[in-house]
Design a protein around this ligand. Sequence first.
Ligand code: ATP
Length: 358
Amino acid sequence: MTNSPEKTWKIAVLPGDGIGIEVMAEGIKVLRAVMERVPGLSCTLREYPVGAGAYLKYGDPLPEESFEACKSADAILLGAMGIPSVRWPDGRELTPQIDLRERLDLYFGLRPIKLYHPSDAAICGPGATGIDLAIVRENTEGLMSGRLRPQTSSDRATDELLVTQKASERLFHATFKEARKRRKKVTLVDKANVLPSMVFFRKVFDEVALYYPDVETDRIYVDAASLYLVRRPNTFDVMVTENMFGDIISDLAAGLVGGMGMAPSADIGDTYAVFQPSHGSAPDIAGKGIANPVATILSVAMMLEWLPGEAAHKAAKKVYAAVTEVLSNPANRTPDLRGKMTTSELGTLVERAVLEQE
Ligand code: ATP
């Protein structure tokens, strides 16, 4: 094995606001540790301002310099953005994370949900063991695409659920490819019994599925999906759905395995990708040093898995193994999972596990 780096990856680091800053520090700690342990893995990390703090300082929650840095980076690591009281002058919430997804065309929202220890499960019974699924959320259209359109009437408001052939095709192709890396099963979650947009979504799904005869498929309505996620989450592998349904069921699924602090995510396009915990800036616990850093550390692992090259992939495996090892002891938890550890103590345990691995 050579010690010379395959390539030095340029990582844009956007800690953001609230606990985003605290959990990012732990993600970076673990990334630096794995760089030490894996010969050939080299990354340069540079921080850029985004979020409510950036808005207060520069008048823009996604300053152009930060956006350009994201475009010239090989991958983007994001903490969390937003402070409830900081809004646009017209009262609208700042949504730089949605803007980033749309401007970088990150159509494939991947949210893995894994139960690391039975003590973290929110449900009991036979369905509660072995939860290991991934929710794929379409990120660029669906029920969120019309959010910026001006409302023209004073006595009604409408939202459009946009589904296009092009966006659905690329979403489903990426989903089936993801399923091939896993247990080769894809469940489409829609509302095709009621909404024409969802009938169309299902039609495109059926067309794309024909290219992947080795992958088992299933189709369920989003209301039933919510029931089955609670009753038998361990029967799912990859679930794919439109933007808003994905937003909702991925929080529900995160709840099954210990909450938002356990749920990493990746928003991936053909050129760019952003890796971030699924949670927000959690103003209720920000600054207390008790946020769970696991979702961010797992997002770092997802980034390493996504980057090309043997060294990055080896590093990803090391981070997953370290998280698995640390979480195998239910005492190694922050207060969201009834533990006593601080953010930094838990991050340091994972860092040490990475450094001490074979
Ligand atoms: P957003 O709309 O930006 O996603 P939100 O207001 O829906 O944010 P979060 O900020 O994700 O929600 O927080 C939801 C709840 O989960 C809060 O009670 C918060 O304290 C908790 N929470 C979120 N992330 C973590 C974490 N990493 N560790 C511990 N608790 C967390």
